[in-house]
Structures are given as structure tokens and as C-alpha cells.
Design a protein around this ligand. Structure first.
Ligand SMILES: C=C(O[C@@H]1C=C(C(=O)O)C=C[C@H]1O)C(=O)O
Length: 436
């Protein structure tokens, strides 16, 4: 299906046709009701997905795309989505059982750049299958015209899928990214010297590498492998950015928001050494403070646990703190705009860290370490931080893999490099390729 041209959000309002939406609950005896969600995706590319504990969704084709960029990108996305969702015309098919619980149609998936200059987007898929603990529903959407009936759209997708079955990538090779590992450690060493001189408290330095493939990588394979291997994370796919993040920026439900802050990393099962490490506890505290500070002006209540806990993952362990708040707003995008970038992915103080990144980090982050997630018709939603991910190129023949770590005055470059290698592992493992 053709992709509609991007809509400039600031002129999005009245003269554009409203989004039309149809939504139907998937009957329990429908074949698509029990298949793994990722098995419903029809094409090797164009995958849109969010797979987490609260809600899971997969989508394809595009009914609406709102592109944003610049200083207030996330705020303009919030405004444009506010207009689009309020004007949307929603038909609930088979409303006998009442409106479906969980997220309300229409739903957009979103992904924003780490840097202001990087374009970000909200996308409403033409077909979206949504699952929460109460069951599955199918939402179809179109701009202007009446969308296809939800169950018919599923059937058509099954035909496309049969013609293009999921394939594991073959013939992969790895290449260095913008810096070799040695160059990166040298840059970290110079940054540490600056931090010791008082230039900032913490800076999160990232690096990248490239996995190339003889034939286009099937996005469905990458997504479903990440979800299988890292089932306690949030697996996501938006516009070719595919990953499995353990870090929640903002999960909004009613006026309550929760944010899982991560900072401080060690090998799997080594959480106790993190709890005992002054360097990691300090690094973690800076990240928690940055979230608490961003939420305070918009919070009616704010709860920040005194001590972190340990999050254990197959590839690493992290110090983790769950910050919760009750807010005056109920729009997750407003909260995301207030929070990004946190010290977990940027540093402390933010402005000084950004300046030091200009000098020492050559990675073009794109949407890696930016917010990624979904927002529904009432502004509820979840946005994680796009970590443990790769950006699939337009032709599918390469995946740029990213990872970073918080650098402190007492960091050791070799240890930081090992940490980024461990953080690249999920995508490499899902693709089936060894570390360089
Ligand atoms: C920057 C990344 O991870 C972030 C940095 C961490 C750290 O420095 O200890 C831990 C978790 C994330 O907040 C990444 O995964 O690329």
C-alpha cells in the first residue's frame, strides 16, 4: 500500500480530512486470536510494534504520519496528535460487549530523535492488532475514506504473509561504525580527563557498528527474536528502528505516570556489586534526580524511592528506580517532552553534557536513545527510551547497532567498552551474528 505524504503538524488542522477508524474485537475462535502477534505481520519491512507487559500491538501500512523536527518536536507532535485524535471518526463494530477496554482507538506509534535536529514521527498504521489482558482487537484506519473492515484486513494480510514468509537473515558481516573500538576508548579517555577537571558530572557516550546482509533483513524476524530472547523488556519497531528496551521513560495511565530509571550496569547476576559501587550509585542518583526534577513542576504528587533495586537481564544487570507521580496532565507526550533527554542517556548537567558529546562522541544517534512508544485517543500511552536497538536501512541490507554508557570521572575506558558490547548483544544475537 502506498505511504501517504507526511503531514506538516503545524498546518495539520481543519483542512485535512479526518482520520476514520474502525475497531472490532477479535473473536476467541478466530485463527488470529491465538497466533503470536508477530506472526500476523504481512511484510518483511514496514513493521510497527510495541510488545510489553501492559499492552502489545503490531501494525502495518500507514493511514497517517505526522513528522516533527526541531526544538519543540515532541510538543508539536503532542499538539498535532491532540487535533488528529479529537477529529477522528471512530466506528466500533459489534459493540454488543461495549467499548473495548485498554487503549482507545485511534492509536499512534511514535519515535523521536535524541537530538532536536533529528526527525521524529507519529504513525497510525492502516491495520493495528492490539492485545491486553482482556483480549485482542483489530483497528483499521484511513485518512478521509472509510477504512477496510477489520477482519477483512486481517485476511488480506494473511495472503501477503503467505507470499513472503519470515526468513532468518543469512550472509551477515560486521563493520565498524563511526569509530573503531580503540578510537572510542581513546575518546572516552579524553572525556574522563575533562570530567576530572570538572567539565560535567556525567556524560553518556555511545558508539555504533554496522551489520550488513547479502539480502534484506526481515524486520519481523529481528522483532520477534528480540521479544523471545528479552521477554521482560519492551520490544518495539517504528520506521525501521527495532529494539528491546528495559528503560521506561513514561507509562501514563489516567493521571498517574511511572518512569523506570536505569543507570549503573554490570554483567548478568552481578547486581550486588552495583549496589556496593559508589561510582554506580552516584551515576544512578544523577539519572533519578534528572527525572524527578523534570516531573516536579508538573506533578501533584511525586514518589522517589530512596534506594535503587537491581534489574537482571540476560545480557546485563542494572540499578533501577521506579519513579511515580500524579500529574495535572493526562497526555503522555507532554510528559515525554518534559523528560527527554534524561541523564540516563545524556548526562549531568544536560547542557554541558550535550556540549561535551559534540566534541567527544561522533555517533550520529538518530532515534537511538530517543523516546519510542505509543499514544492512544485519550493521550494515554507508554514511551520507553530506544535502547538495545538497531536502525534497519531503507533497503534492509544493513542494520546500524547502537549502545552507550554513562562516563564518570572514575570510569575505566576498557570497562565502558565491554559494557557497550554487552548492550549491543541483544540485536546481534537476534540477527544471529557474533560481536566484532
Ligand atoms: C545508553 C544505554 O543505556 C543507558 C545507560 C546505562 C549506564 O550507563 O549504566 C544503563 C542503562 C541505560 O540508561 C544503552 O543501552 O545504549
Amino acid at each position: 500500500m502506498p505511504t501517504p505524504p507526511p503531514t506538516p503538524p503545524d498546518d495539520a488542522p481543519e483542512d485535512l480530512p479526518p482520520l476514520r477508524v474502525r475497531t472490532a474485537r477479535l473473536p476467541a475462535d478466530h485463527p488470529a486470536a491465538s497466533a503470536p502477534l508477530t506472526d500476523l505481520l504481512p511484510d518483511p519491512s514496514g513493521t510497527a510494534a510495541w510488545l510489553g507487559a501492559r499492552v502489545r500491538m503490531v501494525g502495518w501500512d500507514e493511514a497517517l504520519r505526522l513528522e516533527v523536527q526541531g526544538r519543540h518536536a515532541i510538543r508539536s507532535a503532542a499538539r498535532a496528535w491532540g487535533q488528529a485524535r479529537r477529529r477522528a471518526l471512530v466506528e466500533v463494530e459489534d459493540a454488543a460487549g461495549g467499548p473495548a477496554p485498554g487503549p482507545a482507538a485511534p492509536i499512534a506509534l511514535g519515535s523521536f530523535g535524541f537530538a532536536e535536529a533529528t526527525p521524529g514521527m507519529l504513525v497510525v498504521p492502516s491495520v493495528l492488532v492490539v492485545e491486553d489482558d482482556s483480549g485482542r482487537s483489530v483497528i483499521t484506519a484511513a485518512s478521509g475514506a472509510r477504512p477496510e473492515a477489520p477482519l477483512e484486513a486481517l485476511e488480506r494480510a494473511a495472503g501477503r504473509r503467505a507470499a513472503q514468509p519470515v526468513e532468518a537473515p543469512r550472509g551477515l558481516w560486521t563493520q565498524t561504525g563511526r569509530m573503531t573500538q580503540t578510537q572510542w576508548m581513546e575518546s572516552v579517555r579524553r572525556l574522563i580527563a575533562r570530567l576530572r577537571g570538572g567539565a560535567a558530572s556525567k556524560v553518556v557516550m555511545s558508539r555504533d557498528m554496522v551489520v550488513s546482509a547479502a539480502r534484506p533483513v526481515d524486520q519481523r524476524h529481528l522483532l520477534s527474536r528480540l521479544h523471545e530472547l528479552y521477554p521482560t523488556t519492551w520490544a518495539y519497531a517504528v520506521d525501521g528502528l527495532i529494539g528491546a528496551t528495559p528503560e521506561m521513560l513514561a507509562s501514563m495511565s489516567g493521571a498517574r505516570v511511572s518512569s523506570r530509571v536505569l543507570a549503573g550496569t554490570a554483567g548478568p547476576g552481578e547486581g550486588q556489586s552495583l549496589m556496593a559501587s559508589l561510582k554506580d550509585r552516584t551515576e544512578h542518583m544523577l539519572a533519578v534526580e534528572s527525572v524527578a526534577r523534570a516531573l516536579a513542576p508538573i506533578a501533584e504528587t511525586l514518589e522517589v524511592p530512596e534506594h535503587p533495586s537491581v534489574l537482571d537481564l540476560p545480557n546485563v544487570s542494572h540499578l533501577a528506580t521506579e519513579v511515580t507521580a500524579t500529574l495535572g496532565t493526562s497526555d503522555v507526550l507532554d510528559v515525554v517532552a518534559a523528560l527527554h533527554p534524561t541523564a540516563a542517556v545524556c548526562g549531568t548537567p544536560t547542557a554541558l553534557a550535550l556540549d561535551l558529546l559534540e566534541t567527544f562522541e561522533s555517533t550520529r544517534r538518530g532515534r537511538y536513545s530517543g523516546p519510542v512508544g505509543w499514544v492512544d485517543a485519550s493521550g494515554q500511552g507508554e514511551f520507553g527510551i530506544a535502547l538495545r536497538c538497531g536502525q534497519v536501512s531503507g533497503d534492509g541490507r544493513s542494520v546500524r547497532v547502537y549502545a552507550g554508557g554513562g562516563i564518570m570521572p572514575d570510569s575505566v575506558p576498557e570497562v565502558e567498552l565491554a559494557e557497550t558490547r554487552a548492550k549491543m548483544e541483544p540485536v546481534l544475537q537476534a540477527l544471529g551474528v557474533a560481536q566484532a
